[in-house]
Design a protein around this ligand. Structure first.
Ligand SMILES: Cc1cc2nc3c(=O)[nH]c(=O)nc-3n(C[C@H](O)[C@H](O)[C@H](O)COP(=O)(O)OP(=O)(O)OC[C@H]3O[C@@H](n4cnc5c(N)ncnc54)[C@H](O)[C@@H]3O)c2cc1C
Ligand code: FES
Length: 277
């Protein structure tokens, strides 16, 4: 099985888009809908692919380097992204009002493969990892079967898009403080459920420690597992080598071109540090 069903169509230029809406979700996340002009060609995005987004210099006094964001949904004329405020760039994006201009290069990288051929797939999301996995759930409703998603956060206030997710997937929540759903980490929930449900495929996205634990667990149990990694990114299209991922064979692959989705077995988990904590 390859990393994605559809070879991605690389077009390395920014398209000018407009913010259609920007809604605050939970404590520090923003769901931003971006729309492009009718003249912009529709390119189908695969869950796990991402966009590089920047605020154009003309509408922004402070120069902003583009930031990578997973595609959380695709509409006829645009995309949605879920932005968690962690620093200056995300703060700037979160403050954009409807009508504001943004420059977007997308879709980039390789997304998650389909679960065809597997009988009991599960997706494990930590924090903003819910963005690509929610999108995956939309695409994975096959023959009425909804994807099971285990979604965890430190507390209830950090869980976002719950009512929407409940309608498109088989959702189970975990909070570390026990304020909603299972009391514990989403990894603890995965271990418990795996015992009961015998998953044969795991998709995971979230902070690097969650990816690492899930990957090692899947390898030990001989379960196929695909991880979407987070690294710092400069260009987003393979030119700067700022997103190198340590592979098990001693080589490096670029998260932006060969990833961000990798087979968990291919990564050297001792050496790969990532950035999501
Ligand atoms: C493929 C990919 C998909 C992503 N999808 C999403 C998403 O859907 N939603 C979302 O909120 N974020 C996502 N991120 C992370 C997002 O790109 C960073 O949070 C953002 O670039 C931080 O910019 P900043 O200027 O606000 O923070 P900075 O001021 O640059 O950094 C502030 C803090 O955030 C950390 N940080 C910086 N870059 C990253 C990063 N790439 N990943 C994790 N932590 C980082 C820094 O180490 C620092 O501690 C994704 C990253 C990648 C590589
Ligand atoms: S971000 Fe520049 S090579 Fe990947």
């Amino acid at each position: 099985m390859g990393y994605s069903n559809k070879k991605c169509n690389y077009e390395f230029f920014y398209r000018r888009g407009k913010v259609l809406s920007n809604f605050k979700e939970g404590e520090r996340d923003y769901l931003i809908k971006i729309e492009f002009d009718k003249s912009v060609e529709f390119i189908e995005c695969r869950p796990g692919q991402f966009a590089m987004i920047r605020v154009p210099c003309s509408s922004n006094k402070n120069f902003m380097l583009p930031r990578p964001y997973s595609i959380a949904n695709q509409t006829e004329r645009g995309i949605e992204v879920l932005v968690r405020v962690v620093g200056k760039g995300s703060e700037m994006l979160s403050s954009l009002k409807a009508g504001a201009s943004v420059d977007v290069m997308y879709p980039l990288g390789n997304g998650f493969p389909s679960s065809n051929g597997f009988s009991n797939p599960v997706a494990v999301a930590g924090g903003c990892g819910i963005a690509p996995l929610g999108f995956l759930a939309r695409k994975e409703i096959v023959g009425g079967r909804k994807l099971r998603i285990l979604y965890g956060a430190s507390t209830k206030e950090e869980l976002v898009l719950i009512s929407h997710l409940s309608s498109i997937c088989n959702l189970e929540l975990a909070t570390e403080d026990g304020s909603d759903g299972y009391c514990g980490t989403v990894f603890d929930l995965l271990k418990e459920k795996c015992h009961e449900l015998n998953f044969d495929l795991i998709f995971v996205c979230g902070p690097t420690p969650l990816l690492k634990k899930t990957a090692l667990f899947a390898i030990e149990k001989n379960v196929k597992c695909f991880v979407s990694v987070e690294t710092l990114m400069g260009c987003g299209f393979g030119g700067c080598l700022g997103c190198a991922v340590n592979m098990r064979d001693g080589n490096y692959l670029r998260a932006c071109r060969e990833g961000p989705v990798f087979d968990a077995r291919d990564i050297d988990w001792e050496r790969f540090a990532g950035v999501g904590v």
